[in-house]
Design a binder for this molecule. Structure first.
Ligand code: C2E
Ligand code: CA
Ligand code: CA
Ligand code: CA
Length: 275
């Protein structure tokens, strides 16, 4: 910084220190939370747009902190990735999600988020195999959600891991689609089972012709590649109307349901599952 840029410089440095020390504190707390088992999984319904039937659930991790209450994964997952804790946490999520899903009707799938960091550790494929074997869940009922970041670095190695997962019979979804760059090109790198349209496009799909055009393009391209399409973050019936007009296959969002604790899944399955 310039010598006399003075106040701004002095203002930002303590601010950076504060953020850094909060991160360090969270890292300590996270390590403790893993030992104390303070995590739980919630499940958000994935619905067919056409039939209104339940297709499955996305597993989303929750941290129930003894004094802070529920901490958002948007806050702690990046820290867990940074300090190398995500492999352990991710393995726990995989085990729990598969075990839970094994008790659902067989038409329902479970979607599990997997970080790019979990691809580097060398244990992802064996961990998935173990979770499937121990739960008895059929591989084609497990869907692994990745983001474009998995395809950004170590691409060849990660594609090989995706192939191995596909070889087990597991489905692979591309999450948050449209938020990265050169997105369309990624669709040709690997035969994904599903594309999830990021909620930033869904949010203003009615007012913004650009968003609607992008959604239409994603649905057109994905469908022609044989992929299923899910719209994320659907909050209003107006958004649903547009998505229906655009032939979007599936939706997730507060309009139907937020993520819910496992003990409350029964009535949803009862009311919306076809079998
Ligand atoms: P994501 O995978 O994109 O998950 C969707 C997020 O959108 C979830 O936030 C969900 O609660 C929220 N959401 C669902 N419907 C709506 C809606 O209608 N409106 C709005 N505004 N939001 C909606 P959540 O649970 O806080 O998770 C945030 C992110 O944390 C996830 O984004 C994912 O990237 C990460 N995450 C969550 N669980 C796990 C996990 O088990 N492993 C890993 N690696 N990451 C996870
Ligand atoms: Ca996801
Ligand atoms: Ca997403
Ligand atoms: Ca996300």
């Amino acid at each position: 910084a310039k010598k006399d840029s003075g106040s701004a410089y002095r203002f930002f440095e303590p601010e950076m220190d504060r953020i850094e020390s909060e991160r360090r504190q969270m890292a300590i707390e996270l390590r403790r939370a893993v030992i104390e088992n303070e995590f739980e999984l919630h499940f958000q319904p994935i619905m067919s747009v056409k039939t209104g039937q339940l297709r499955g659930f996305e597993a989303l991790i929750r941290w129930s902190h003894p004094t802070r209450g529920m901490v958002s994964p948007a806050e702690f997952v990046p820290v867990a990735e940074e300090i190398g804790l995500i492999e352990q946490l991710g393995a726990w999520v995989m085990d729990e999600a598969c075990r839970e899903a094994a008790g659902w009707p067989h038409s329902l799938i479970v979607a599990v988020n997997v970080s790019a960091q979990q691809f580097g550790g060398g244990k992802l494929v064996s961990g998935v195999e173990r979770a499937l074997a121990e739960s008895g869940l059929h591989a084609n009922r497990l869907e692994i959600e990745i983001t474009e970041s998995v395809l950004l670095n170590e691409t060849d190695d990660n594609i090989e891991i995706l192939r191995q997962l596909r070889g087990l019979g597991v489905r692979i979804a591309l999450d948050d689609f449209g938020t990265g760059y050169s997105s369309m090109g990624y669709l040709t790198k690997f035969p994904f089972s599903r594309i999830k349209i990021d909620r930033s496009f869904v949010r203003n799909i009615r007012e913004n012709v650009g968003s609607r055009a992008i959604v239409r393009a994603i649905i057109g391209l994905g469908s022609s590649l044989g992929m299923d399409i899910t719209a994320e973050g659907v909050e209003t019936s107006e958004q649903l109307d547009v998505l229906r007009d655009e032939n979007c296959g599936e939706l997730q969002g507060y309009l139907f349901s937020p993520p819910i604790p496992r003990q409350n899944l029964g009535p949803v399955i009862e009311a919306y599952c076809g079998d």
